[in-house]
Design a protein around this ligand. Structure first.
Ligand SMILES: *Cc1c(COP(=O)(O)O)cnc(C)c1O
Length: 383
């Protein structure tokens, strides 16, 4: 790493770019750490114990036939240990904590970042202290508590949960894994771009479609592709298409230059809980990345999201949750809107796995409520 610049409200780490920063050998089992020369990581062995990155890029022949898109690919992030792309960011933050000897990691989350943090911390021997909004899905809460995390429900919603988590991190010296505000979360998620490029034979697709919640997934894709260009490995970068659920689509409205109606700003109004974010942490950076790439933003209604979950299962064998299927859900609108052409090479990022109904209730889904730092301190005090 050689420096940091602010760009559209996010911290952009920079490196001494050159072709040698990306390995050119055959695939190896190191996953995301294959790109460690483009990560903020000092030399030394990686201690994070779970596998992360190196997810498959699927050709999905039956899906290609069904959609009439002969060159569509699925980047299957559901294969991660906790089933979402959140494992990438979690791994890099916890690796940093292991190196610095920090014993507690905290995050706020709509669900998946918290599950990733709970399991990653459990594997690494750290304590996880997690803040969710009271609307968090019970299956996801049960996963977190089963992994031994301390979980608090914050009455005033996700934004208040982020504030409380960050305040606690600063007050108690905990590791902060809050998405978008911590550069490591972008740095880790950008490795998807490197993988896609390598998996297509060191070629870039024409278009990449990604769901947008807080925005780091898409912003990081843009950063990864741009870094390949700055390394001299490609001349052009793909167009980026960002997808939100219609009932929580603040960035689609901003992209279109339209004021958002109340029914377009309702995080509880969509099945896609993983992307239901009212005030995205990296909103301006999303619009900047989409604009620079020549792409666009698309909103999809819940019935189309649900259908996309079914299509991914029945035509591609990929078990997505609604937020994870948003890229596929957006294909029709993107074709209609001229954002992509049926003959182009298109990568759909499938970001998260449906929580499997195992019949096992997991850990308790009842968690204490915390509104202030005092509530947190009292609950965590040894009795
Ligand atoms: C978090 C999440 C997203 C969106 O990621 P952001 O980086 O917050 O935009 C998309 N899909 C799933 C399944 C997620 O968990």
């Amino acid at each position: 790493m050689t420096g940091r610049v602010e760009r559209a409200g996010v911290t952009w780490l920079e490196y001494a770019y050159g072709p040698d920063l990306v390995p050119d050998g055959p695939p190896d089992p190191s996953g995301m750490w294959r790109y460690r020369d483009l990560l903020p990581l000092d030399p030394g062995p990686v201690r994070y114990p779970l596998p992360v990155g190196g997810t498959p890029l699927l050709a999905a022949p039956a899906l290609r036939a069904a959609l009439g898109l002969p060159a569509v690919w699925l980047k299957d992030e559901t294969r991660h240990p906790t089933g979402s792309n959140k494992d990438r960011a979690t791994a890099l933050v916890i690796e940093d904590g292991l190196r610095r000897g920090i014993g507690t990691v905290t995050t706020a989350s709509t669900g998946n970042a918290a599950v990733a943090t709970a399991f990653g911390a459990a594997a690494a021997g750290l304590r996880a202290v997690i803040f969710v909004s009271t609307g968090c899905r019970r299956e996801k809460l049960a996963l977190m508590t089963r992994a031994g995390a301390r979980v608090f429900a914050v009455p005033d919603g996700y934004a208040a949960a982020v504030d409380l988590s960050r305040t606690a991190a600063a007050a108690f010296g905990w590791l902060d894994r809050n998405t978008g505000v911590v550069p490591a979360t972008l740095e880790a998620k950008k490795t998807v771009a490197f993988e896609v490029w390598e998996q297509l034979g060191r070629e870039l697709p024409d278009v990449v479609v990604a769901p947008v919640g807080d925005g780091p997934t898409l912003v990081a894709l843009g950063k990864g592709f741009e870094e390949l260009r700055r390394c001299g490995l490609t001349e052009r970068v793909p167009r980026l298409v960002g997808v939100q659920a219609q009932s929580c689509s603040p960035l689609v409205r901003a992209w279109l230059g339209e004021p958002a109606a109340t029914e377009q700003l309702d995080p509880g109004g969509t099945v896609a809980d993983g992307i239901a974010v009212l005030r995205p942490a990296t909103g301006p950076a999303v619009l900047d990345a989409v604009g620079r790439s020549g792409g666009g933003m698309v909103a999809v209604p819940d019935d189309v999201l649900r259908r996309a979950v079914g299509t991914l299962a029945s035509r591609a064998g990929v078990p997505a949750e609604p937020a994870g299927a948003a890229s596929l859900a957006a294909v029709g609108a993107a074709l209609d809107g001229g954002l992509l052409d049926a003959a182009e090479t298109v990568v759909l990022l499938v970001t998260g796995r449906g929580v499997a109904p195992t019949g096992d209730p997991g850990g308790p889904a009842e968690v204490p409520v915390a509104a202030t730092l005092d509530d947190v301190e009292r609950a965590l005090a040894p009795r």
